[in-house]
Design a protein. Structure first.
Length: 244
């Protein structure tokens, strides 16, 4: 994905709206993004569709997320079985695994990841059952817990919407519950997230710091936030990125 194609989505994630004229003349044609389902038009302005839409989240800061996914994939060995939840960094991690690792099985509650990888040769995906959240394309609810209990894996990769004094946070209650249920089946819990999430929070707890083993992020995280995680015994792995 080219930088010019994602620039407007990065701007919209910060400013919430820009003029359609700016979309058309300065970055790339509005109609193309509208057709792809990424933008709405409202009284001369372009606005992003719901932040729950996984395609939107995947497009924002794509280059940073891809680097994080590449770094996290180094931790995975051929023949391993891992769990991955529905975050956008996690979707890119799943793609990286299927593309570059041999005989790795991915257990996920993300319908998006399952369809995202459906045409990849050698993709081995186990999709957990549950109640389908259409916009986020993810399975949630009690059935996720029952399905996850049938597995025991070494690593579970997840995203986050932010952090507070006690741990990682989420913006959705049911998705947070699904993550906690899946985490119970894994020895190691690993967060993949952009550094901007260190200055954000969520509305519901995801996992307390004591249950998080490591975080993969970019080098934009402030020193205080990094030291806070390290104080809780969390290992931080960073990728160097410039101004996107």
């Amino acid at each position: 994905m080219q930088q010019r194609q994602t620039k407007i989505l990065n701007i919209l994630s910060r400013k919430k709206k820009v003029t359609v004229a700016d979309c058309n003349t300065n970055i790339f044609p509005f109609q193309r993004r509208k057709k792809n389902g990424l933008l709405n038009r409202e009284h001369g302005y372009a606005t992003m569709k719901s932040s729950d839409d996984v395609r939107n989240r995947l497009s924002i800061n794509y280059e940073i997320k891809k680097l994080i996914a590449i770094k996290a994939a180094e931790k995975i060995q051929p023949g391993e079985t891992v769990m991955i939840e529905s975050g956008s960094c996690c979707a890119l991690l799943a793609e990286e695994i299927v593309t570059k690792k041999r005989d790795v099985t991915i257990i996920t509650n993300s319908v998006f990841i399952a369809t995202f990888l459906r045409d990849k040769p050698g993709a081995r995906i186990i999709l957990l059952g549950g109640e389908f959240q259409n916009e986020a394309q993810v399975m949630v609810g009690p059935l996720v817990k029952k399905c996850a209990e049938n597995f025991c894996v070494g690593k579970f990769f997840m995203g986050t919407d932010g952090f507070n004094a006690k741990g990682a946070m989420s913006g959705d209650l049911m998705r947070a519950e699904a993550v906690r249920d899946m985490a119970e089946s894994a020895a190691e819990k690993i967060i993949l997230t952009e550094s901007k999430k260190f200055s954000q929070t969520g509305v519901v707890p995801l996992l307390p710091y004591e249950k998080i083993n490591s975080v993969y992020t970019d080098n934009g995280a402030n020193e205080k936030s990094v030291k806070n995680l390290e104080t809780h015994g969390i290992k931080i792995f960073t990728v160097p990125v410039g101004e996107i």
